[in-house]
Design a protein around this ligand. Structure first.
Ligand code: GDP
Length: 463
């Protein structure tokens, strides 16, 4: 067909030679970026904790903070001032919840940490998924308050679901902040209770290997950046690192700067028949002014007219944007109305191009579903910034969660907590590929009726 010829032509064409900027190395004093997702049950104190941490690090100016404090006092929710640091709109503020992925950055000794805030409300889980699927590492916030930790951890609580989701998506680095320690008088015993319950779950059920724990209070601002002062009740039994010190100890993510160009469109700011302005996350490779690119899955050809990046990197205006950075792109071409969407991916021609597909093999973990997954189960497929209807067309195996070993071939269904290999078919072609080719394009989540039913990684594209 015309379509196949077109894709074949793109994959056999020479790719635009790269003028690779003097390596993608950071300049002196520049830090490597680390995408951190913050998860945990609603009201665990995620926003307050991160907001306070940003204040202590001087990321929020005094005037803004003063304004937040006044506004929140006026609205009768004084303690929300720190949480507002991460909120963006009045509407979110009046509802008292964080709705979108608020992107904020702060610096540790080694990293420029990009915060992917993940609100815990049930109906906001799609955002949490977007955050988790972009994460290099995760911070799980648990609430030490008596009774509240239990709520967040037992059935219906989001602590387990979030941890399972992270693991299924291949996020393996995790720090747990045991928060609101002020509400339990900084009790070592309560901390240990929470720690051992979570440690057992995270190791045995979720399959995390080395999880670190740290006691904090987001509201009081204790042990976030600085270690606790001598004389503080917490210091009587805790002499370990602060939260930021723990974050600084994550292993650096491997950025595929030399890899094939993969820039995921996450917002279309302006579209005319000749020109597009989009923001895109460069997950692999690098994009530069003047080169010819294709936008998958539709293979729309375009010339890159301008590249700006919001990484804060010095010399960021050199017309390139590399792996790990967020790019503002101006693309010239001939675009039919409404053809370019969030979730489309900018690639080059050549053998490293991305051939879109409709049918994929995925390794998934099934969540606490009431109805098992079967052949014919319909769901929404979430991958990077994409959401597309799909159907499970084949169940290949039940596999061991840890080893990946096949336990049962061709099962009739996959029930809650099982791991398995399935084939998924989307209604339209989508730009996703195997987890090994590109982590960000190979992480998927399946949702149905407002519930996350499974999450996992793409192993291979079949058609
Ligand atoms: P999120 O839903 O996880 O983002 O939680 P929020 O940050 O919105 O906090 C939920 C509630 O817990 C708010 O009323 C906060 O003021 C309160 N809170 C958050 N952190 C702490 C803490 O460390 N100590 C105490 N006592 N309350 C806290």
């Amino acid at each position: 067909s015309h379509r196949l010829q077109q894709l074949a032509a793109i994959s056999s064409a020479p790719s635009t030679p790269k003028r690779t900027r003097k390596g993608n190395e950071r300049g002196a004093g520049e830090r490597e970026s680390l995408n951190l997702v913050v998860v945990g049950h609603v009201d665990a104190g995620k926003s307050t904790l991160m907001g306070h941490l940003l204040c202590q690090l001087g990321c929020v100016d005094q005037r803004t903070m003063h304004k937040y404090k006044q506004e929140s006092a006026r609205s009768g929710k004084a303690s929300f001032a720190f949480a507002w640091v991460l909120d963006e709109t009045e509407e979110e503020r009046s509802r008292g919840v964080t709705m979108d992925i608020a992107r904020t950055t702060f610096e540790t000794d080694r990293y420029r940490v990009v915060l992917l805030d993940a609100p815990g409300h049930k109906d906001f889980i799609p955002n949490m998924i977007t955050g988790a699927s972009q994460a290099d590492a995760a911070l799980l916030v648990a609430n030490a308050t008596r009774g509240e930790f239990e709520t967040g951890f037992e059935n219906g609580g989001q602590t387990r679901e979030h941890a399972m989701l992270l693991r299924a998506l291949g996020v393996s680095q995790l720090v747990v902040a045991v928060n609101k320690m002020d509400t339990v008088d900084w009790s070592k015993q309560r901390y240990s209770e929470v720690e051992s319950a979570l440690r057992a779950f995270l190791a045995k059920q979720a399959g995390f290997s080395a999880v670190r724990f740290v006691p904090v209070s987001g509201l009081a601002g204790e042990n976030l950046v600085k270690r606790v002062d001598k004389g503080h009740p917490l210091a009587s039994w805790y002499t370990g690192k602060s939260l930021v010190e723990h974050i600084d100890e994550f292993t650096a993510p491997s950025r595929q700067t030399d890899g094939a160009l993969r820039a995921i469109i996450n917002d279309v700011l302006k579209a005319t028949p000749q020109q597009l302005t989009v923001t895109a996350k460069v997950e692999s490779g690098e994009i530069e002014v003047g080169e010819k690119v294709y936008i998958m899955p539709n293979a729309d050809a375009a010339i890159v007219k301008a590249v700006a990046n919001d990484s804060g990197r010095e010399g960021a205006s050199d017309g390139t944007c590399g792996a790990g950075e967020q790019a503002l792109l101006t693309l010239m071409g001939t675009f039919e109305q409404d053809t370019i969407h969030v979730g489309h991916v900018v690639v080059r021609a050549g053998k490293d191009t991305l051939i879109p597909g409709r049918r994929f093999v995925a390794r998934i973990v099934v969540f606490d579903v009431l109805v098992p997954l079967m052949r014919g189960t319909k769901a929404e497929l979430y991958a990077h910034s994409l959401c597309e209807p799909c159907t499970i067309v084949k169940l290949t195996a039940v596999v061991n969660k840890a080893s990946g070993e096949v336990i049962k071939a061709n099962p009739r269904c996959l029930t809650r907590q099982q791991s398995g290999r399935v084939e998924i078919e989307t209604e339209r072609e989508v730009a996703i590929e195997s987890f090994t080719a590109c982590r960000a394009l190979g992480r998927i989540t399946l949702r149905a009726n407002g519930q996350t039913i499974a999450a996992g990684i793409i192993e291979e594209k079949i058609a």
